[in-house]
Design a binder for this molecule. Structure first.
Ligand code: MN
Length: 216
């Protein structure tokens, strides 16, 4: 074997050793107490630092040595079952969830010039009616799960309830805005008052980010 070939093999071996990427805990795009009083620092510490970290660690352990290792997260959620699906779904759900917020504001709303706003009006008639339908889906979801505003392939919008760790990607949808209605998301701050948490949730939505997900 020529010296250049040997070097090439060494390079490939080294590259493949280091290319075994693991999923990492996402960083919050705001300070840990930035969402107070809507979501407390204690809830974020627990929810991001313990729950999400647990899902990410479990996912890495579960996919190691399987065909799903090194596959993108969306692919794993769409092509797995059981424990891998639960942990991949929850990693995806929370990655989208924690990156859709900003510090609270009473008059927080979506810019009426955005494509997303226009589509919401086309679908529900008014922004308030959309929020009402979303709130209804979130308060009405029995047990643990998520409610998502998602985009169909043709750009139309839909609100879905997802049980446990599922995500709309399993139905071919693009998730835009999600609310976690597992008790761990609100119990420290609201105890059993899920509806109060859902009402306060609208103050911290980063609508610029949600519209970016829509137009992408
Ligand atoms: Mn959660």
């Amino acid at each position: 074997m020529k010296r250049t070939s040997i070097l090439f093999v060494v390079f490939l071996t080294t590259f493949s050793l280091f290319s075994q990427t693991e999923f990492e805990l996402i960083e919050l795009p705001y300070a840990i107490d930035a969402l107070e009083p809507v979501i407390s620092k204690s809830t974020i510490e627990l929810h991001h630092g313990k729950h999400l970290k647990g899902y990410v660690n479990n996912l890495n352990k579960l996919v190691k040595g399987t065909d799903l290792q090194d596959k993108p997260l969306y692919f794993i959620v769409k092509n797995s079952q059981g424990a891998i699906f639960n942990n991949a779904g929850q990693t995806l759900n929370h990655n989208l969830y924690f990156t859709q917020f900003q510090k609270p504001s009473e008059n927080n709303t979506l810019d009426t010039n955005t494509s997303l706003y226009k589509e919401i009006i086309k679908t529900w008639g008014s922004f308030d009616k959309f929020k009402e339908e979303y709130n209804k889906a979130a308060t009405g979801l029995f047990g643990s799960g998520w409610v998502w505003l998602s985009k169909n392939e043709n750009g139309s919008l839909v609100i879905t309830q997802q049980a446990n760790g599922s995500n709309p990607v399993v139905n071919g949808l693009t998730p835009l805005l999600g609310i976690d209605v597992w008790e761990h998301a609100y119990y420290l701050d609201y105890q059993n008052r899920r509806a109060d948490h859902i009402n306060a949730f609208w103050k911290i939505i980063n609508w610029k980010k949600i519209n970016e997900r829509y137009v992408e």
